[in-house]
Design a protein around this ligand. Structure first.
Ligand SMILES: Cc1cc2nc3c(=O)[nH]c(=O)nc-3n(C[C@H](O)[C@H](O)[C@H](O)COP(=O)(O)OP(=O)(O)OC[C@H]3O[C@@H](n4cnc5c(N)ncnc54)[C@H](O)[C@@H]3O)c2cc1C
Length: 198
């Protein structure tokens, strides 16, 4: 494989993030906030939302504020607030930050953040939190080019296009090869790879 193709494959850096689920004793304090989704850009968990209202495998969403409820929190590690690093460098550092952060630190952040958000509504994190799960996703979304750091490549010259070129009997699928972090991109890539081989 040429060095150019290797560099193309190496270019994209996966976006790391953390999803936490927090089971609450009840939804009374959260219900008093009057919204189901909060963006908290200066907090560790930038998103706080009510869990999806899914009924699956014996799990049922709450029917009222007295029922237990699940909150879904998303954390995207910020590593360079002054902005001296490229996004790809920050994503790499963010991944290491996720690996190096123990559960106890996430738990402390979650307790403090939720207390700040709902304390005035009567929330007491010591009594009202029943369980916390923290899902670390250090290799998360495929890298989408960012106008701040990446040039506008001519068609066919972007790193993911050079990297995904058929290599003998090997065809390269996956969402990285489309530089789009979505499921439909993975489908398109799989279709292309199979077409190449057939
Ligand atoms: C938390 C999260 C939420 C998301 N939400 C959405 C959403 O709401 N909508 C959306 O469109 N997209 C979403 N995405 C993105 C979407 O899931 C991905 O774009 C898509 O799954 C990528 O598909 P893929 O085939 O490229 O890779 P993957 O789905 O990662 O598949 C790669 C497979 O290869 C296997 N594998 C790895 N190494 C080996 C090996 N050596 N041998 C054999 N098998 C191996 C892995 O186990 C895996 O099954 C989300 C992603 C994450 C992480």
């Amino acid at each position: 494989m040429s060095e150019r193709q290797k560099e193309g494959l190496d270019y994209g850096v996966k976006t790391p993030f953390v999803y936490a689920s927090v089971l609450l004793e009840n939804g009374r304090a959260f219900g008093k906030l009057g919204a189901t989704f909060f963006q908290c850009p200066y907090d560790t968990f930038q998103w706080v939302s009510a869990g999806p209202t899914t009924t699956v495998g014996g799990y049922e969403p709450p029917r009222g504020p007295d029922d237990p409820m699940v909150l879904l929190l998303m954390h995207s590690p910020m590593t360079d607030p002054k902005g001296t690093l490229t996004a790809r460098e920050q994503l790499r550092l963010g991944r290491h930050k996720i690996y190096a952060t123990p559960f106890a630190d996430y738990e402390a952040e979650i307790r403090s953040q939720l207390q700040g958000l709902m304390g005035a509504q009567g929330f007491n994190h010591e009594k009202d939190i029943r369980a916390i799960t923290v899902n670390r996703i250090p290799h998360g979304y495929a890298y989408p080019y960012l106008a701040l750091d990446d040039p506008e490549w001519e068609k066919g010259q972007a790193p993911h296009e050079i990297g995904r070129a058929q290599f003998g009997r090997i065809s390269i699928a996956n969402s990285d090869s489309e530089a789009i972090p979505l499921m439909d991109a993975a489908f398109d890539a799989a279709w292309r790879a199979v077409e190449e081989q057939t």
